[in-house]
Design a protein around this ligand. Structure first.
Ligand code: EPZ
Length: 444
């Protein structure tokens, strides 16, 4: 589906050297990890995947050249680049800086073959409706751990007069003029909050969103939109008031540090009993994880833009329940389970966000973990020692949990299908080697 060409210049293909990042996930690579080494040293956190993806989609709202700095080179940011290019935008990476020119957008169709590889592609829906009054975006499939509905995205946009229909697996909007609306989320949803925030910036009139997500990624998106000229009140609170404007301007912005990557490294230090400093991170975004790691016996020292941690010789069992920010993040549930697998005592881990996000359990069990799963509750009985073994990555955070477990397992662990890791962690193997871990990336 094309928009009126008269309003857009055509674009020429990018030169090779300006192609999107080469963080191509090489299919079927594996990580081979020798366990038993304590991590020491300093590690730098990359830009936040879950902040970069909505901001990349938001560039569709304002024609012109946007500059996004500190963008993580991941297969997910590569996929989002492809979605934008598919729509007619020009995307050019220079290191971690990404220039996105959306003046040439001439299509409003995000095809299934791209959306199914990354659910966050659905973020282009709101911006396309807001700027072009039309969109044809594939419904995302499920993901590794089960269905991931987008009903709140559709319901919210329809409350704004989008009149969306589902046709042959696509979310379709035609001749749409978004109207401001009052909408309360019955479930706190990061993605649906981002979606409606973006759509409301160009809608006619005022939009009031209640029970919104307040993850740092959302606050950062709101600040970017305000930088483009959007009128948003209430950022950081559960209620947003957005007054639509006629147009937005391109922006030059820096993506915030990845709080889940930072938290993953803190957990890696805790599980190995090592001492590391995680640099270029915002301790306020990692408070819940720092608190749980302290309960497990780690010594955590937040500093200015960095966090120092010394892991315990033997971690104590802890009970963890995930919750929307500022609660303990579901994206750290699997990593915490790895630590609990070798802690002293029995831990209870409950995921209230995704009741079925436990594909890492059978793989951790292969390493000798003792985990009993009851619905969305995992009862983890700490063991003396995990045993290295061949295991398989199933999703981004499950893979990270297997890496953490492998760091302390006796002998060698081989983790296959680590393209899952490449979706959410930039250069994880290299960063761990720099911290003294025995990690090697091999092609299967
Ligand atoms: C974002 O996903 C993150 N992804 C996820 O991180 C993260 O796990 C999740 O938020 C929760 O924090 C990105 O930001 C790209 P939700 P999202 O909408 O927006 C239900 C990672 O590892 N729901 O906050 O899809 C949903 O099923 C990824 O980096 C609906 O029912 O999550 C879940 O139970 C994995 N209908 C709850 O809401 C909807 O329309 C919260 O999901 C939308 C969501």
């Amino acid at each position: 589906m094309d928009v009126d060409r008269a309003t857009h210049t055509t674009t020429t293909p990018l030169a090779d050297d300006a192609s999107t990042p080469t963080a191509e996930a090489v299919p079927m690579d594996a990580l081979v990890i020798q366990g038993g080494r304590k991590l020491t040293g300093r590690v730098e956190v990359s830009g936040a995947k879950n902040a970069a993806l909505p901001v990349m989609a938001a560039t569709l709202l304002a024609p012109g050249v946007h500059t996004l700095r500190n963008v993580p080179l991941l297969s997910d940011t590569r996929t989002m680049s492809r979605v934008l290019e598919q729509l007619g935008a020009r995307v050019e990476f220079r290191g971690h800086a990404c220039k996105i020119d959306t003046s040439g957008v001439r299509s409003v169709e995000a095809p299934y073959d791209l959306v199914r590889t990354m659910r966050a592609s659905v973020y282009v829906l709101g911006p396309l409706l807001a700027r072009f009054g039309a969109a044809r975006v594939s419904l995302p499939g499920g993901c590794a751990w089960g269905p991931r509905p987008v009903n709140l995205h559709i319901e919210g946009l329809n409350a704004m007069n989008a009149g969306l229909e589902i046709e042959h697996g696509y979310i379709v909007g035609k001749d749409v003029r978004l109207q401001g609306a009052e909408y309360g989320f019955q479930t706190v949803s990061v993605g649906a909050t981002a979606q409606l925030m973006m759509a409301a910036t160009l809608a006619e009139g005022r939009t009031v969103l209640d029970n919104v997500a307040i993850e740092p990624d959302i606050t950062a998106l709101g600040e970017v939109l305000a930088g483009c000229g959007a009128r948003i009140e209430g950022l950081g609170t559960r209620r947003l008031t957005i007054d639509g404007v006629r147009e937005l301007k391109p922006i030059d912005t820096t993506i915030i540090p990845d709080r889940i990557e930072a938290a993953t490294f803190l957990a890696a230090a805790a599980i190995t009993g090592g001492s590391i400093t995680v640099e270029r991170c915002n301790a306020a975004h990692v408070a819940a994880t720092m608190h749980v790691l302290e309960l497990a016996g780690a010594e955590v020292l937040p500093g200015n833009g960095e966090i120092a941690i010394s892991g315990p010789t033997l971690a104590s069992a802890v009970n963890v329940t995930t919750a929307p920010f500022p609660g303990f993040p579901t994206d750290m549930q699997a990593q915490m389970m790895a630590l609990c697998a070798v802690a002293d005592g029995t831990s209870v881990i409950t995921d209230t966000i995704y009741l079925d996000r436990f594909t890492h359990v059978p793989e951790l069990t292969r390493l000798g973990a003792q985990i009993e799963l009851k619905g969305n509750v995992a009862i983890v009985t700490g063991v003396e020692r995990l045993q290295g073994a061949p295991v398989m990555a199933t999703d981004i955070r499950a893979s990270a949990a297997l890496v953490l477990a492998a760091l302390v397992a006796e002998g060698e662990t081989r983790i296959s299908r680590i393209y899952h890791l490449d979706r959410g962690y930039e250069g994880l193997a290299e960063k761990l080697v720099k911290l003294g871990a025995g990690v090697e990336r091999v092609q299967e």
